[in-house]
Write a protein that binds this ligand. Sequence first.
Ligand code: MET
Length: 408
Amino acid sequence: MGMTSPFLQPDSVAVHAGRDDLAALGVHALPIDLSSTNPLPDIELGGLSYESMATGGAPHPEGGAVYARLWNPTVARLESALARLEHTPEAVAFASGMAALTAAVLAMTAEGRRHVVAVRPMYGGTDHLLGSGLLGAEVTYCDPDGIRAALRPGATALVVLETPANPTLDLVDIRAAVDAADGVPVLVDNTFATPVLQNPADLGAALVLHSATKYLGGHGDVVAGVIACGSEHAAALRRVRAVTGALLHPLGAYLVHRGLATLPIRVRAQQEGAARVAAWLGGHPDVVDVHYPELGDLVGPGRQMRGTGAMLAVRLRGGYAQAQQVTSAVRLFTHAVSLGGVDSLIQHPAALTHRPVPPEARPSADLLRLSIGLEDPRDLIADLARGLGAGVSGAVTGVREEAGAGAA
Ligand code: MET
């Protein structure tokens, strides 16, 4: 694969991005450079390279990569691919999504501005980290309409939001949030939508965060995080990464980069399955409510988003007891946290992913979150029917026919 045109369609970018130097290296698959240290050309050039990277820059052209905590070419290839997919000049990869968020808060609050605005609902780990005080930031939580009022002029360094939100799939109008932030950089967690369905940077977001563990990797075998952003923020993030050491291992970078090639087709196929599962759940007597982005929503599919995605949540008539029963009874779904992989997962946010969130912001006890994978939706529906079947309604009759009709 040679140099890629800047005008490729997104699906082609997913396959080819970040591979521009491969032909010159005489290889076709992504090379994995596992060097922890690198030979130095001489003291002077090695020192210049070290200084460049420790302050957030790239290696000096003749100075080499010096040390893997500062730079790794396998990781850099993934970063350039992600930047292209998210329409940003650069991207910076980290050991996990939480390491990426940590770096963002440390980088953005470094100039004496210590206040962060966090828009709820959001992933429980994010909510918890921001409120923990561990990062030296003072946090105001608000809903999307409360951003402007939450700002502290001269003190607010960052606005953090997530859309669709984990686990309730609440949507935030990114453009409106950026307007309300009044010049304060906005970080959007785009993990649920992926760059296939939404590009927050096009709507004014300064930083676009992904837990790459989810859809980007896509196979449940790698933990990683990445932030796509402009060059100035990227330098600040790389500096934090170099100094604190939250780097992504090159084997992880390789797995995420390989996953990107199939990201668009995975997301579209998983989305198709999710729409069928959501429709079936919406007609089930034990389901009080299905959380799934709606076609008519102003920022939903066809507007800010290009699709509904493959995540959904349901509230059960039988509450926590029925959630217990469903998660224990399913066989094709795995009862596990995480999301976005090729296989379907189900979990109880209040008890697991959102456990550290204060009670007033914690998801309700009757809520289950589902990540729909690549299985045939008829099999997923049959599995859920079995799980729900022993519940409050006991409505197992007709399940097979319904499942078949729903996913023809
Ligand atoms: C340790 S909890 C969770 C992991 C992941 N962010 C999720 O929402 O499932």
